[in-house]
Design a protein around this ligand. Structure first.
Ligand code: GDP
Ligand code: MG
Length: 168
């Protein structure tokens, strides 16, 4: 049996929902409770794409986004990057390009998507849809709007990435 293993890093400002996204996808759970550290390096998930069994390893930065030295160790060896910002956090949107650069400095150009989380809070949005689309066009990256809370579009992001990885 042939199995492909992929390391995925989920990056973005604190509070955008990175840990929630990983927990939702790997364990099927969501909690409103804010846990700054999850205490594990990564969670795993098996996904079947075509005839291939793919082993995804989802790395989380354990709430230490502000410590450069630590996050760089997390990026090492990653094949896929998910850049996350929040619908209700303007700064997190403006930080996306910087996060992309940070990851690239460590691992070069890898498969990457931009994710706008907390789309359930669209009534309180501080980022316009057109702005987010313009950024994804500029960076030439696929753009997803998701809600980890409502379990909207989360699986689609990972499926797209796994498919893209095996067809490249
Ligand atoms: P991280 O710092 O990026 O890892 O963010 P967390 O995963 O810890 O989430 C920060 C907060 O946002 C928590 O209180 C989550 O419950 C909440 N959260 C995460 N995803 C969503 C979402 O899709 N909608 C809403 N309304 N809240 C969310
Ligand atoms: Mg976190």
């Amino acid at each position: 049996d042939f199995e492909t293993s992929i390391k995925i890093v989920v990056v973005g400002n604190g509070g955008v929902g990175k840990s929630s996204m990983i927990q939702r996808y790997c364990k099927g759970i969501f909690t409103q409770e804010y846990k700054k550290t999850i205490g594990v390096d990564f969670l795993e998930k098996q996904i079947i794409v075509g005839t291939q069994n793919i082993h995804l390893m989802l790395w989380d930065t354990a709430g230490q986004e502000e410590f450069d030295a630590i996050t760089k160790a997390y990026y090492r060896g990653a094949q896929i990057c998910i850049l996350v910002f929040s619908t209700v956090d303007r700064e997190s949107f403006e930080a996306i390009e910087g996060w992309k650069q940070k990851v690239e400095e460590e691992v070069g150009s890898i498969i990457t998507v931009i994710v706008q989380n907390k789309i359930d809070l669209i009534d309180e949005a501080v980022v316009q849809i057109q702005e987010a689309e313009a950024l994804s066009q500029k960076l030439q990256l696929r753009f997803y709007r998701i809600s980890v809370k409502d379990n909207l579009n989360v699986n689609e992001v990972f499926r797209y990435l796994a498919e893209k990885y095996i067809t490249e």
